[in-house]
Design a protein around this ligand. Structure first.
Ligand SMILES: Nc1ccn([C@@H]2O[C@H](COP(=O)(O)OP(=O)(O)OP(=O)(O)O)[C@@H](O)[C@H]2O)c(=O)n1
Ligand SMILES: C[C@](O)(CO)[C@H](O)COP(=O)(O)O
Length: 230
């Protein structure tokens, strides 16, 4: 039987959270008594306690994070590395900590409600096909902007992309050697640029990215239901 590949999670939390308009970087805002980022890390630890976890933070927040870990007696072992100016740069820095052939999940530090089932499904799909991107179907109608205004498009042709996004390490590393492009909004878009196909895995509507103040209100509700979320 083939030996299973080592699994890694690169949890990107190297942003400043400008759209949240909060005094703290949003990944440090407390939910149910601890920073959002700690909830996120705990989801991955719950999936696999042997997972190697790399947390990417703004360079000037590394000490703040160490202090928060001490203050909260945060028990989950992880490596903390400095991020880049953009999410692309942060993922690239996190990837430098990945050794050998492995499976790597890249996940937003501000998506604390991902279920262990979704993480598992993403790793399994990546083990099989090399790529796995979690996504959900849109619930609203979609219009495309055109030169004259806008037009309706069939929503059944679209998916809303979430994280985790899992890949074989060699593929992801090769992808992140490419020059950064403005249209690289996630890891799938970077890997796809190499010509690789992207396998989709069903996500969840509760796997929200905490981005703007109303997301925080929703997160306060979701955190109370944490154990029963899909
Ligand atoms: N230079 C950056 C920018 C973003 N991220 C991370 O990528 C994830 C998704 O990005 P987003 O929600 O846009 O976070 P911010 O960049 O912090 O938010 P904003 O765009 O509102 O400033 C977040 O966990 C964020 O910390 C990162 O690791 N490094
Ligand atoms: C990676 C991502 O969360 C997938 O939906 C999203 O693309 C991040 O976008 P942001 O502009 O960095 O928030």
């Amino acid at each position: 039987m083939e030996k299973a590949l080592q699994e890694y999670a690169i949890i990107v939390a190297g942003g400043t959270g400008s759209r949240m308009q909060h005094s703290l970087p949003k990944q440090f805002i407390e939910l149910a008594g601890k920073p959002i980022l700690m909830h996120t890390i705990e989801r991955f630890y719950a999936y696999n306690p042997n997972l190697r976890i790399v947390v990417v933070l703004p360079e000037d927040q590394l000490q703040v994070w160490r202090n928060l870990c001490k203050q909260h007696k945060f028990p989950v072992f992880h490596m903390a590395v400095a991020g880049g100016k953009t999410r692309f740069g942060s993922v690239k820095n996190g990837l430098a900590a990945v050794q050998g052939e492995a499976l790597v999940a890249v996940h937003d530090g501000v998506r604390p409600f991902v279920s262990t089932g979704i993480i598992k499904a993403a790793f399994e799909q990546a083990a099989e096909s090399g790529t796995a991107v979690v996504a959900v179907s849109p619930k609203d109608s979609i219009r495309e902007l055109t030169e004259d205004g806008s037009r309706a498009v069939p929503r059944t042709r679209y998916k809303l992309v979430q994280t985790p996004q899992c890949f074989k390490a060699s593929l992801l590393k090769e992808a992140y050697e490419q020059p950064e492009q403005e249209y690289f909004t996630d890891d799938a878009s970077v890997v796809e640029q190499l010509g690789a196909g992207i396998a989709l895995v069903e996500g969840s509507y509760s796997n929200i990215k905490i981005t703007t103040p109303e997301d925080l209100l929703l997160a306060e509700v979701l955190v109370k239901q944490f154990k029963s979320l899909p």
